[in-house]
Design a protein. Structure first.
Length: 621
């Protein structure tokens, strides 16, 4: 009987299968034998993607580089022997919700989610540390190969949270921050679906470096825009020479060719639609225009319906390059929609139900930093978080880039502003968007407002906000017909060391005094539900699927999404019980390796399922 591997996928090997799609960062510019610079493959970078140890690459090329870059990629690709442990007491509607709150290092979390949510996330929004010299960043373990990294993560009882203050006196001030972002964005890209999009809030400190990192990870051709958000209403007096009252939101697509944005239906129209016909209200716009770049193909004589010629007149001395906005062919196709009036030619600009997104987010309708603080203060009084993003801004991105059933991810969740924005948007339009929040259990400083309000960690703030936001959204929308269907719950899952003992990962190192661990290879402090969630991770089963518990012949059996998976980790499993379970014909079934009543039962399990439920895949841990 095959065993589950019980650790995250080895992404180095997975990368080999999908080079062209997975590694746009391996494209570069290099001089060929003829001296001509052309687009080419960075084979050193490709070797690093496919290597379990650090690869040196001295060749000169156009690229972004910094100390620790290769180590960051190595760390991102290295597998880990960790798991997600469910925490029912901190969850809301654990058995029915499709939302997740993962507590722990987001690099580990992104690795654990790779197989389950590969190409399934529609939108990612993150608000990472801005690297102002006061922020905390993750201190990842770089100086190990993937094998050592796997063993260490399996053997350590508690990794702890490796957060460091990145002061501007640090000689690796930018390098440490870039290394932290590089690996996480590489993993995040793999989770985006083909039409997916990522939004990243940032300020002037690292916007240039972040854009270059994203161009490498996502491909420069997939850059969408650098939104400029007016974060402050008045002049900011704490910014030195200038009053800085804006931030950026970088936007990249997984594949720009398949990305679409919905029209902004809340934008105020600036055009005066003062005329109307059978198609609707419209405004007239001149067909001719002055253009800095002259195009001969758009400079032609146009004949009106009565044969009157209309010619472009190049009267403007400053800009004499007058051209038509439409080509000859389009004019012929759409002549009926042209208006000839007072010696000029006009097109009809019909009123639409919305406008294209604008890169300048300066209106009050997008909120300000103070708006974000007020949003949080409404639920958790006391200004427990410094700069949470306003719900108005986040809902704008949600409305624009997702459909009603999208999966949305934030792996720097903070106070979980995005989770509340998802709940509120679902309440508004009847959607069923699902969220995954990831937040490290960063300890609140003892002199902080959060600590004084009773919060020990940032993740506690996020969980409490979602709980209260769910209650408030339900109350505020009590008259909404769709509110009964609204999912305001979330499953709390905490990253921990594997449920399996070290001997599971290093069987060759077994000594005489460890033989007992070969019989029971599961840690003593782990529950059956802990084992179930590691099985879901290993088998690539959605962590948000409904779970039910039944007792069959005195044994506890977990059923995931009906018959998608059946799991029994009790001891004393005999053939009679196996036959009863086989009658249910689950797609997958898993047992505990040491749970069978005898060796003969273990041998016969697969044969029983082959006879009674041949489509069932059988494994053990």
């Amino acid at each position: 009987m095959n065993k589950l591997k019980m650790h995250s996928p080895d992404l180095t090997q997975a990368n080999i299968d999908k080079l062209a799609d997975l590694f746009p960062n391996c494209m570069t510019e290099a001089a060929g034998a003829d001296g001509v610079v052309k687009r080419s493959i960075d084979f050193d970078q490709l070797r690093q993607e496919l290597s379990g140890s650090i690869v040196e690459g001295p060749q000169e090329r156009y690229q972004l580089n910094w100390p620790g870059k290769r180590e960051a990629l190595l760390t991102a690709n290295a597998p880990i022997a960790k798991t997600l442990r469910p925490c029912r007491e901190e969850s809301v509607n654990f058995d029915t919700t499709q939302n997740l709150f993962i507590e722990g290092d987001n690099l580990d979390a992104l690795k654990l989610l790779q197989e389950i949510y590969l190409n399934k996330v529609k939108m990612i929004y993150i608000d990472p540390p801005y690297n102002t010299g006061k922020d905390f960043i993750y201190e990842d373990d770089f100086a190990e190969d993937s094998h050592s990294y796997l063993l260490r993560s399996a053997q350590r009882d508690s990794d702890g949270i490796r957060l460091i203050a990145n002061t501007d006196s640090n000689g690796r001030f930018h390098s440490d921050w870039m290394s932290m972002m590089y690996g996480r964005l590489t993993l995040a890209r793999r989770l985006l679906c083909d039409s997916g999009v990522i939004f990243i809030s940032i300020d002037d400190n690292e916007v240039t470096n972040l854009k270059k990192i994203c161009e490498e990870v996502f491909g420069s051709d997939n850059f969408v825009s650098s939104f400029i958000w007016k974060s402050k209403s008045g002049g900011a007096n704490d910014s030195g020479l200038l009053a800085i009252d804006h931030e950026y939101v970088l936007c990249f697509a997984r594949n720009l060719a398949t990305l679409t944005f919905r029209l902004d239906t809340e934008a105020e129209a600036t055009t005066n639609y003062n005329q109307e016909d059978g198609k609707g209200r419209y405004a007239l716009e001149r067909l001719d225009k002055q253009n800095l770049q002259y195009s001969p193909s758009l400079d032609y004589e146009l004949a009106g319906p009565d044969g009157t010629p209309y010619r472009l007149e190049h009267k403007d001395i400053k800009n004499p390059n007058a051209i038509w906005r439409w080509s000859k062919d389009r004019v012929k196709r759409e002549m009926a929609d042209l208006v000839f009036k007072s010696g000029n030619v006009y097109t009809k600009n019909y009123e639409k139900s919305g406008m294209k997104l604008r890169s300048l987010l300066v209106d009050e309708r997008f909120g300000r930093t103070r708006t974000g603080r007020a949003d949080l203060d409404t639920l958790i009084p006391g200004a427990v978080f410094n700069n949470p993003k306003p719900l108005k801004l986040l809902q704008h991105f949600i409305r624009s880039s997702t459909d009603p059933h999208s999966l949305i991810l934030d792996f720097f969740a903070g106070s979980a502003s995005l989770a509340e924005a998802v709940l509120r948007q679902n309440a508004l339009d009847g959607g069923n968007r699902k969220f995954i929040m990831i937040q490290v259990a960063e300890v609140c400083e003892t002199d902080s407002a959060a600590f004084k309000s009773g919060f020990g960690t940032i993740s506690e703030i996020g969980k409490q906000r979602i709980r209260r936001a769910g209650t408030k959204v339900m109350t505020d929308n009590s008259g909404n017909a769709n509110i009964a269907k609204l999912d305001v719950g979330f499953r709390v899952l905490k990253i921990d060391t594997s449920n399996m003992k070290e001997v599971f990962y290093t069987p060759d190192a077994v000594s005489q005094d460890l033989l007992s661990d070969q019989v029971n290879n599961i840690r003593e402090d782990r529950t059956a539900e802990d084992l179930l969630f590691q099985v879901l991770l290993d088998w690539g089963v959605d962590l948000a699927l409904p779970i039910s518990e039944e007792v069959i012949a005195g044994k506890t059996v977990y059923f995931v999404d009906g018959n998608a998976l059946a799991a029994c980790f009790d001891e004393g499993v005999d053939e009679d019980f196996v036959k009863l379970l086989a009658k249910r014909e689950p797609l997958r079934v898993v047992f505990r390796d040491a749970g069978f009543a005898s060796d003969s039962v273990k041998i016969n399990v697969e044969q029983i399922f082959k006879l009674m439920s041949p489509s069932t895949e059988v494994k053990c841990i």
